[in-house]
Design a binder for this molecule. Structure first.
Ligand SMILES: [Zn+2]
Length: 314
């Protein structure tokens, strides 16, 4: 007799690693991971995905995939992925469906994180959630009235590319004064370096500087590092005040390693939001760090598959 298929496979495809797990709800049954081999092009990274997902398939009834880039979730097509060489208009859903004979659903990686945190993490039991990720880039996603917001073209929630300073410096996308230009990892580091060129700082001992190291130094009282976070927090706060005016979320969740920096980051964000957000005195906004860490993307991708397949109970 055929064994009952127990779970759903969640896959998180990043520029460096592919992380996957067989899950039921929030429970991870079995994990697997491998390198993406992004630099070797489409064929190689596709075969890496197949190789790492395949062993989990016999116990799975569907696959949900979160991947960075512009995704047509209805068709399961990756239109473009910035971290993966040669990925242009790739019908990932169709390819994997043919390979594994399972339903496959594809969505943007930050939307997957947003779904995961909403259902199982910092956004539990909330109807309106806005989440943004701080890493190399700054991504965003929104749950509105209990539903993931895709937008007309699948681009909704791109917090990193909202303008907070009209005459600001140029962003990686080519436009000026975007949130990412202030809160993206390399820009946080560049801000610290500019200050370090003029003043003494405990950060000088590092050859390679990261936002996490700057946060540590800030916590230990380094004034340069503190200033960096006060400024970055201010710019994020301006962006968050805009989000609040638009979406009126119950909670704003900050994801990504640096979100664990605590008060150093959250205080200036909260201060700016209370001074700038429309009707701040009438609203009770929570701005909080994400709770699921690396698992948010896997759990959210699996949840997306679960929510999309009608009539499937997990
Ligand atoms: Zn931009």
């Amino acid at each position: 007799m055929a064994k009952t298929r127990r779970g759903i496979i969640g896959v998180d495809i990043g520029g460096t690693n592919i992380k996957t797990a067989l899950v039921t709800g929030q429970k991870i049954i079995r994990r697997a991971r491998t390198s993406t081999r992004a630099e070797r092009g489409l064929k190689d990274s596709l075969s890496q995905i197949i190789k790492v997902v395949e062993p989990l398939c016999k116990d799975a009834k569907a696959i949900g995939i979160g991947i960075a880039g512009i995704i047509d979730s209805e068709k399961g097509t990756v239109k473009y992925s910035p971290n993966l060489k040669g990925w242009k208009n790739v019908p990932l859903g169709r390819i994997l469906r043919a390979e594994f004979n399972l339903p496959v659903y594809v969505l943007n990686d930050v939307n997957a994180i947003c779904l995961g945190e909403w259902k199982y993490g910092a956004g539990r039991r909330k109807k309106n959630v806005f989440l943004f990720t701080m890493g190399t880039g700054v991504g965003g996603g929104a749950i509105c009235e209990g539903k993931l917001l895709f937008g007309a073209h699948g681009f909704a929630g791109e917090f990193g590319h909202t303008t907070i300073k009209l005459d600001g410096p140029k962003c990686t996308c080519g436009h000026s004064g975007h949130v990412e230009r202030y809160a993206g990892a390399k820009y946080i580091v560049a801000r610290a370096r500019r200050k370090m060129a003029k003043r003494k700082s405990s950060l000088a001992k590092y050859d390679v500087l990261t936002p996490e190291k700057i946060a540590c130094a800030a916590k230990s009282g380094d004034t340069v590092a503190r200033e960096v976070f006060a400024e970055v927090g201010f710019y994020i706060g301006v962006g968050v005040a805009n989000v609040i005016a638009l979406f009126d979320p119950d909670i704003i969740i900050i994801a990504g390693g640096i979100a664990q920096a605590g008060r150093i980051l959250f205080e200036p964000v909260r201060r700016t939001v209370s001074s700038m957000a429309l009707g701040a005195e009438h609203r009770r906004h929570k701005i909080a760090p994400a709770q699921l860490g690396d698992d948010a993307g896997i759990l959210g991708a699996a949840l997306y598959a679960k929510l999309t397949i009608k009539g499937l109970t997990v």
